[in-house]
Design a protein around this ligand. Structure first.
Ligand SMILES: Nc1ncnc2c1ncn2[C@@H]1O[C@H](COP(=O)(O)OP(=O)(O)OP(=O)(O)O)[C@@H](O)[C@H]1O
Ligand SMILES: [Mg+2]
Length: 151
């Protein structure tokens, strides 16, 4: 993934001024490389992640994934949200399956993939539980496993 000269300005309506959340940021992350973004509060970390995820457009510059510009969210990128982000009306297994809907998998392959990630995050036996019936420690597995299930 390559981030090229990315800038992001937000219009701060209350102050009537622009906020320069990102200014000419470039970096590259190789396949299977693990990268962390560190910085003080409000320095633009979430803004960058939102642009990489395709939730926000940059004001200038581009994010390229395998050479192609990121234009929108896609199943080639997963986001583990900081806050609780499971669908409360779906079971644990249905939450995991959600991101697999656009993958070319048959129902057997989809079930196997869900089982694999349920095991990985230690939720075996809770597949059909509602996330709201699980404790805080258990529910953290769901948001982690959901984007993982796609890859
Ligand atoms: N939708 C928006 N409209 C206006 N300003 C915004 C918007 N989103 C972010 N900002 C501003 O952009 C700047 C960067 O915010 P961002 O949330 O990316 O920071 P952060 O590094 O993730 O902060 P934190 O560590 O607190 O999560 C801040 O000044 C913030 O107020
Ligand atoms: Mg943030």
């Amino acid at each position: 993934m390559v981030v090229k000269y990315v800038s992001k300005r937000f219009r701060d309506i209350a102050r009537g001024a622009d906020v320069h959340a990102l200014d000419d940021l470039s970096c590259a992350i190789a396949d299977r490389e693990f990268a962390a973004i560190l910085g003080p509060s409000q320095c633009g970390k979430s803004t960058l992640l939102n642009i990489v995820a395709g939730f926000e457009a940059s004001s200038r510059g581009a994010v390229l994934l395998d050479g192609r510009p990121v234009m929108r969210p896609g199943s080639d990128r997963g986001v583990v949200f900081q806050e609780y982000a499971l669908f409360p009306w779906l079971s644990v297994a249905q939450n995991l399956e959600f991101g697999l809907r656009h993958q070319p998998l048959d129902s057997g392959q989809r079930r196997r993939r869900v089982r694999q990630y349920v095991e990985l995050v230690g939720l075996r036996g809770f597949e059909h539980a509602s996330p709201k019936n699980l404790g805080r420690d258990e529910t953290t597995g769901g948001p982690v496993a959901r984007p993982g299930g796609r890859s």
